[in-house]
Design a binder for this molecule. Structure first.
Ligand SMILES: Cc1cc2nc3c(=O)[nH]c(=O)nc-3n(C[C@H](O)[C@H](O)[C@H](O)COP(=O)(O)OP(=O)(O)OC[C@H]3O[C@@H](n4cnc5c(N)ncnc54)[C@H](O)[C@@H]3O)c2cc1C
Length: 386
């Protein structure tokens, strides 16, 4: 995509490239140490460790073009592993709704990546229909803590997390969205039982979490009791922008084109195959269109406007594009797999493509299923007369 880059933007791009090269992972490095050093160096650059945080909270205060360039450059490099739950999803909610004491208590550790978070929203019977959630939080007679009972489902990385941000029901309102309360729950305490769920491809990433008489101090409630739905919705919008992963798709597509140019197919290469070429070109066009949508969204954020329901467009189209690229990569790997298999060579690339394909199936479900995004877009963005 060609956007109008100013000389200052081009200089910024060079600076990012130099940073990423200087701090790139080298084989044999201790990964934990590299990760700590990488984030410390990024922080020393002036908030590069928390690119989307506002300047008031230590973020870099970049323009839309700078965010775009950062995403493009980082997507082409191996970065230290970084969970989205704290830095991307919870932090903006704390900035908007937590007390200064709560911000002081939680934000520094989120930024330092010393505390891991998980998201306790979904439950059996409450996924797309999240307002149906039944996990109950009852305030103690003394008003000092809540007692939480219920079950959370599909909780990513719960087994690795120190804390969960959790939606609980504290009362039944006239509307189901009322009476939901946003609590921060330490994971390592009695009454929390985590059961692994093994997904397609044999991975342990998601869990079922049972909460039985779990005590949560009142200081761990964010905002007002019963108003958690408002905070939860805001958080989902941040989650959706992150899931779109547009820059990563651009890198994956470029790699796929390179591979398709090299892979023998018939008398030429895979890229000569009209059906494959057409599908590749169609994804490329859709990705370019989505990049412009993302830039509009980034420009709004840089201007201090909140992330809006446009995040649903990014999530919907971004994940569909990811899956189309993963499918094309799987097809390409299939060709290579057959060829390499006949030569008795192990097929790591084919296995990688297959794993990405399987893992990628979930991206149109988590963070709100595609059908639900279409509904959000219809109601909030299109605003056609009823
Ligand atoms: C890998 C993975 C990781 C996840 N991680 C987390 C996590 O960390 N924390 C968390 O809280 N949750 C997590 N989730 C849960 C995720 O948010 C839910 O799976 C998702 O919201 C869908 O809910 P559901 O599974 O109950 O499906 P359902 O809501 O039962 O939906 C089933 C199907 O019906 C469709 N459908 C539902 N309602 C409508 C409607 N109104 N109109 C049209 N179609 C509809 C859906 O699109 C879907 O195709 C994760 C899920 C996955 C797969």
């Amino acid at each position: 995509m060609d956007i109008e880059l100013s000389p200052a933007d081009l200089q910024f791009q060079q600076e990012v490239r130099a940073f990423l090269t200087e701090h790139a992972y080298q084989p044999g490095m201790d990964e934990g140490q590299w990760r700590r050093r990488w984030f410390a160096a990024a922080a020393a650059k002036g908030g590069w460790d928390v690119p989307r945080w506002p300047r008031d909270f230590g973020g870099p205060g970049w323009t839309a073009a700078q965010h775009h360039l950062w995403d493009l450059e980082t997507a082409a490099h191996t970065l230290p592993s970084d969970s989205p739950f704290g830095v991307t999803m919870l932090a903006p909610i704390l900035m908007a709704y937590a007390t200064p004491e709560q911000q002081q208590r939680f934000l520094p550790a989120i930024r330092a990546r010393t505390v891991q978070w998980c998201q306790g929203y979904s439950e059996p019977g409450a996924g797309s229909d999240l307002a149906a959630l039944k996990t109950r939080a009852v305030l103690s007679a003394a008003g000092t803590h809540y007692v939480v009972n219920g079950t959370k489902l599909w909780t990513s990385a719960a087994h690795l997390a120190d804390w969960m941000f959790c939606l609980t029901r504290t009362s039944e309102g006239a509307r189901r969205q009322q009476g939901i309360t946003f609590l921060l729950i330490p994971m390592r305490q009695p009454g929390i039982e985590i059961k692994p769920i093994i997904t397609l491809g044999g991975r342990h990433h998601v869990n079922m979490v049972h909460l039985t008489d779990v005590k949560v101090p009142i200081e761990n409630r964010i905002g007002k009791e019963g108003e958690g739905w408002t905070y939860a919705k805001g958080l989902l919008q941040h989650e959706r922008v992150g899931i779109a992963n547009i820059a990563r798709s651009a890198v994956a597509l470029a790699e796929l084109k390179r591979a398709a140019r090299q892979l023998p197919c018939g008398s030429g290469c895979l890229l000569d195959d009209p059906s494959y070429r057409l599908r590749l070109a169609a994804v490329e066009v859709d990705l370019m269109a989505l990049e412009f949508t993302e830039l509009r969204s980034l420009a709004a954020i840089s201007a201090g406007l909140p992330v809006g329901p446009e995040s649903s467009i990014l999530k919907l189209k971004g994940t569909e594009i990811q899956q189309r690229i993963q499918k094309l990569a799987l097809e390409a790997a299939g060709l290579r797999g057959a060829e390499w298999g006949a030569m008795g060579v192990t097929t790591d690339a084919a296995r990688e493509a297959f794993e990405s394909y399987l893992i990628g199936r979930a991206s149109t479900i988590f963070g709100g299923a595609s059908e639900v995004q279409r509904d959000v877009i219809w109601k909030n963005v299109v605003r056609l007369p009823q």
